[in-house]
Write a protein that binds this ligand. Sequence first.
Ligand code: BGC
Length: 842
Amino acid sequence: MTDHHPHGPAADAAHHHARDRAHEHAAAVERALAALDLDTKARLLSGQDMWTLPAVPAIGLRSLVMSDGPVGVRGQDWSPEDPSVVLPSPTALAATWDPELARRTGHLLAQEARRKGVHVLLAPTVNLHRSPLGGRHFECYAEDPLLTGEIGAGYVRGVQEGGVGTTVKHFVGNDAETDRLTVDNRIAPRPLRELYLAPFEHIVENARPWGVMTAYNQVNGSTMTEHRALVQDVLRGAWGFDGCTVSDWTAARDTVRALRGGLDVAMPGPRTVYGARLAEAVRGGAVAESEVDEAVRRVLLLAARTGCLDGVPAAVDPAAVPRGIDGRAVAREVARRGCVLLRNEPVAGARRALPLDAAAVRRVAVIGAAAREARVLGGGSATVFPDAVVSPLEGLRAALPDDVELTFAAGADPRSRVPHAREGFTLRARYLAADGRLLAENAQRDGKVQVMGRFPEGVTRQNLSAVELTGSFTPRHTGRHTLAVSGTGELRLTVGGTVLFDGHCAPEGGDPFEEFLNPVERRVTAQLTADECVDVTLRYVPDHPGGSGEGPATLHFLLGHRAPQADADTEITEAVRAAADADVAIVVVATTEETESEGFDRGDLRLPGRQDELVCRVAAANPHTVVVVNSGSPVELPWREEVPAVLLSWFPGQEAGAALADVLLGAHEPGGRLPTTWPARLDDAPVTTVTPTGGQLHYAEGVFVGYRAWQRSAVAPAYPFGHGLGYTDWEYESLDTTPDSVRVRVRNAGDRPGREVVQIYLAPTEDAAPDAPERPARWLAGFAVVEAGPGESTEAEIPLPDRAFAVWDAEGGDWQRVKGVYLVEAARSIGDRRLTAEVTVG
Ligand code: BGC
């Protein structure tokens, strides 16, 4: 647990320093506020474009820049030309169960933010894994509120120690994507407090975030950008949140209701419910200027904290921020510490399948499209662009001795969309005026042209008429190549002088980000010859040059390319042959951007394409088959008992292959434990409804989400909450407990150093208040990460917070400690509990 409040002279000095700084900030905020007129104040609460707030030079206020979040810092350009360090998915970070590591990733993200001129990170995402179908499951941490809160608090602390703000999101109840803009989530008081609000509360209390993002959805009849009861009364009133609230993008709908509901900033601009409309509302008497002032104070405070307000020092002294952090090293560490070894059985009665014994292996078959092109992150606004990715194939090649032969076979390609044109293409984007004049020109890394917020220099929404993606393509293979185009508007593709496509495309769904998240794709084919260079031009005339309505600048179209492929049966047969000829087969199976993304939920948990069949046939051909699961959230693994080893890499970030090689070859053990229960089949999962009916989604399961529900289910999951094997064994030696804390002694009983996640569960016994409200059989009350060398013992001291024994009493409107006798269990996972003690709460 992270929340050890430091004591001693250094801590006292830090406390005094923070208090003095808070006074200075408050005074500077009042001075700045007094110098602003109503129009400027109203303007300050409204985005000036996609990512920024306006500057007010007269009071020394610079423009505040915000950016997604959470696995990297994208910056103001949504483009591979502006790359970022890409960390593993939030599910992977949570799987480390290590708030200190989360804090260190925060330091790196702050460093990235400073490099890109970003003051506020739009992260972390702390909604819960209510259902495995949730489209942004990969972007949230866990099914448990305590684990989510602890990881989120570590993250926020780290980013803010780096002098950069956070906006904890999405407050609250954005646990699925279907109809996210309108859905009314009906959540009873107990689950709302005990589960969905709990991570926000924990983070506010322990890490003091400077921002919170209010969600698109409604909760119990009020949309979250107007939810006075939850924002003003709970978040600010009861918890003492003193930061700034920012709407999710386009989520603010009504000027007066938003302001009254406690929303400070409406994003994105330039036209929002605030700005001129807010000034009018004040002049018309609909709201008082003093109410506007309250919101402006909080924006000014955010500016002061992040160093954007002259005349007052930032919350963190720039000389004191962590610097010189090696981003690739952090990404690699999180990837290997987060990956979860689900299964590791002996092969043919000999040693366990992992780690591989490099000295005994002569030939390794690496199989799966994702082994060559790792899926490093999930889709949607969490997208950031890595400078370079280490694929599993490259990582293994670099780590294995040179005399080990490595063969690759794609086996089955799960991608249903054609990948962006890249290999063999040299492309540039030309921005053109109506008269054909060239306004700007950019080199392109691949076939995706995207603007989300600002155009290249020289281009404006008024002068832009068309964009040409143009250059050359030199194919590696002779045959029928597939090309694809997408974008909203007129598209004309010419290859080698022939027009292959000329037509209009438009999106089909209703989400404002549909154009980005799920663009319509049109395919054509071309017969091309290896090594013969052809000219390629995709001309795009957008329906709404520069973006629709008065929204911020946006532009999005793309050229896809797929080289000629063998037919699917041949691909699998080749993979099986490669496996049969090798000592070890490593199969990487993956989801795709069409499976896991913001903007839509999943329809099932199956691996896309023919990947299940691929694994079964490879395993039949080679008993030493290791399967790496490259997904951000649960997928069904119907073959899991037919292979000796299953390793879950999540979305592993840019150092995917390097971390994978570390773990497969045993340089490091896989350190992760499941932050969410892994069902064998979707139908077994406790919550499988994410689609509202009549506009409402009832959280009818109450507090029984995740393991809280699985414990009363007749079926067992594939792998329980908290599960994960390392490369050593642990003995749980002793457990001492008081009502405030637990002391657990564990011994590394294996022959190599290791790290253990000691988990503490609380289980009420029958003597525990028989009239208490229904509670789960047990729940997570604390945890700690410990390390020990072979044969060594070590001790973890884990506080038992009051809250662990409490339920929310809706009638009394407060937490109520439930008296009685509890079992305190020290466990390796919720399914592997090793020691038990009793504690009586009076
Ligand atoms: C997402 C937010 C994100 C914002 C800006 C929204 O669609 O829900 O999480 O921060 O876009 O990209």
